[in-house]
Design a binder for this molecule. Structure first.
Ligand code: NAD
Ligand code: IPM
Ligand code: MN
Length: 368
């Protein structure tokens, strides 16, 4: 199969983790005879430096002619004081909105060999297999007005607004996902305070009638934050609005041992999607070759599964990651001394590629 992929490495550790992800993509392509044509483009601070805009027209054109987008990360201290339209993050928000990628899937599953890497107790994290479905193109991130008001800019405004249709489409997406999983949906809101949340609840209750086999629970976001640390095993699919999903997913990442482990898919109704790690550009470790590339590599697996329907290929990547972790290799974020082998970004990516090549060779022998 032939697929075209827009590759936007971005800033900080983005390009570092992307390098490894592209090697993994190539290894899968070689194994399964797929032609993955990759073309690089600019986003975020790198795009500001090159084109004066965090989301240049060239990048949008590149993405339009592609079947999917892989994105590293954006942002960094050197761009923090730019006018808000030029901030790197604006490029990321812009691309999500431009392509109407309203459904952000953030799976949270602890690999067995990383259970001890989590700061939480073994009994708490061992059975976790959940997915956060975050609304991505509405809410506080995009509501108008937003900005400063008053004669002396003494008032700051952000607007939390949702249209019914925006909530309906994400809620139905979450229900359909729950149908295919353990059939439990937790809808997270702040309905005791916010009007948007009260409408969100009504829409969830209405939609629930179409999915009688799915057990639905409403949970306030503050309690959800606590339950993620206390009993995360109770969750299957968690659906929530844009900002709650942002915060809860970073929190949930620690169940897996590190923010550097969490991949994501940003989807709409067709097969097109954007795939990126949940983490950011990590300026504190950028340029040091220390970043964990696995969230980016696992995002490639999500791309193969969700945009290209390549289920087996995706599983081979996930299995290779698992094998490398089982063999005791750890980047710094997962390493607290003791047994195992500490590795950097490039070595970790290469280990996954080597595993894939070894698994490929083995499967060729077995099928010969
Ligand atoms: P961050 O996610 O970049 O980093 C938070 C902490 O986690 C840091 O200590 C970092 O070293 C660590 N970390 C993150 N990813 C890691 C990895 N792969 N391996 C090892 N350690 C990792 O969040 P931040 O520092 O608050 O933000 C930095 C910049 O990134 C900001 O400009 C922010 O806006 C941006 N950001 C971008 C995205 C994105 O592009 N999707 C996501 C989050 C933050
Ligand atoms: C994420 C990031 C972004 C978000 C920022 C960088 C705009 O934190 O992808 O989780 O808040 O959506
Ligand atoms: Mn975030």
């Amino acid at each position: 199969m032939k697929k075209k992929i827009a590759v936007l490495p971005g800033d900080g550790i983005g390009p570092e983790v992307m390098d490894g992800a592209l090697k993994v993509l190539k290894a899968v392509g070689d194994w399964f005879n797929h032609e993955f044509e990759v073309e690089k483009g600019y986003i975020g601070g790198a795009a500001v430096d090159q084109f004066g805009s965090p989301l240049p027209a060239e990048t949008i054109e590149l993405c339009k002619k592609s079947d999917a987008i892989l994105l590293g990360a954006v942002g960094g201290p050197q761009w923090e004081n730019l006018p808000k339209e030029q901030r790197p993050e604006k490029g990321l928000l812009g691309i999500r909105k431009e392509f109407e990628l309203f459904a952000n899937l953030r799976p949270v599953k602890a690999f067995d060999s990383l259970i001890s890497a989590s700061p939480l107790k073994k009994e708490i994290v061992e059975d976790v297999d959940m997915i956060i479905v975050r609304e991505l193109t509405g809410g506080l991130y995009f509501g108008q007005p937003s900005g400063r008001q008053g004669a002396e800019d003494e008032v700051a405004v952000d607007t939390l607004v949702y249209e019914k249709s925006e909530i309906e489409r994400i809620v139905h997406k979450a229900f359909r996902l729950a149908q295919k999983r353990k059939k439990r949906l937790t809808s997270v809101d702040k309905a005791n305070v916010l009007e948007t949340s009260r409408m969100w609840r009504e829409i969830v209750n209405e939609a629930a009638k179409e999915y009688p086999e799915v057990e639905v629970e409403h949970m306030l976001v503050d309690v959800a934050a606590m339950k993620l640390m206390y009993q995360p095993g109770q969750f299957d699919v968690m659906v929530t609005e844009n900002m709650f999903g942002d915060i809860l997913s970073d929190e949930a990442s620690m169940i897996t041992g590190s923010l550097g482990m969490l991949p994501s898919a940003s989807l709409r109704e067709d097969a097109f999607g954007l795939y990126e790690p949940v983490h950011g550009s990590a300026p504190d470790i950028a340029g040091k070759g220390k970043a964990n590339p696995l969230a980016m590599i696992l995002s490639v697996a999500m791309m193969l599964r969700h945009s290209f329907g390549m289920q087996e290929e995706a599983e081979m990547i996930e299995m290779a990651v698992q094998e490398v972790l089982n063999a005791g290799f750890r980047t710094g974020d997962l390493w607290s001394g003791g047994r195992g082998t500490a590795v950097g970004t490039e070595a970790m990516s290469d280990l996954v590629v080597e595993r894939l090549e070894a698994d490929h060779a083995l499967s060729s022998i077995l099928s010969a």
